[in-house]
Design a protein around this ligand. Sequence first.
Ligand code: THU
Length: 160
Amino acid sequence: MRTLEIGAKIQICSHIELTNEQKSVVEAAKKATSGSYSPYSHFKVGAAVLLDNGEIVTGSNQENAAYPSGLCAERTALFYAGARYPEARVRKIAIINRVGNNFGDKVCSPCGSCRQVICESEARAGAPIEILLCSATEVYVIQGIEALLPFGFGPKELGC
Ligand code: THU
């Protein structure tokens, strides 16, 4: 028997410690929470994606009375980025949640399906995507989806 240990290094920063580029992506994610349609959970999520062409594309969670038909903020943003700028590579993604006027006191962590879609975007980009999980006070800075989705299933598994 062999044991494989999986570890990940996550940098925890305060908002003022972020670079200006990181701050602008986080700010866009905060603004994007305003577009959230979340009459069922009242949990507003904003995501912002920085592309290698300099564009920042945002998304928010869009709920539905038939619950599974809704979509998370991260996938709304990533799918829009893919549809609008199919040639661009995703460099960074920031995620934050808000309840009422208050941003989360814990960082907002992507669900399994969003991790899978970030994994695909990373494969398309050909380089690790920087993932910024934000709370009102802190940001977890994660260099690549591997830390959040170890042993992910990606295009390589299909020989692509
Ligand atoms: N949600 C997101 O938009 N992103 C996440 O990473 C976690 C959850 C949304 C889905 C649903 O509209 C609400 O938050 C509560 O689950």
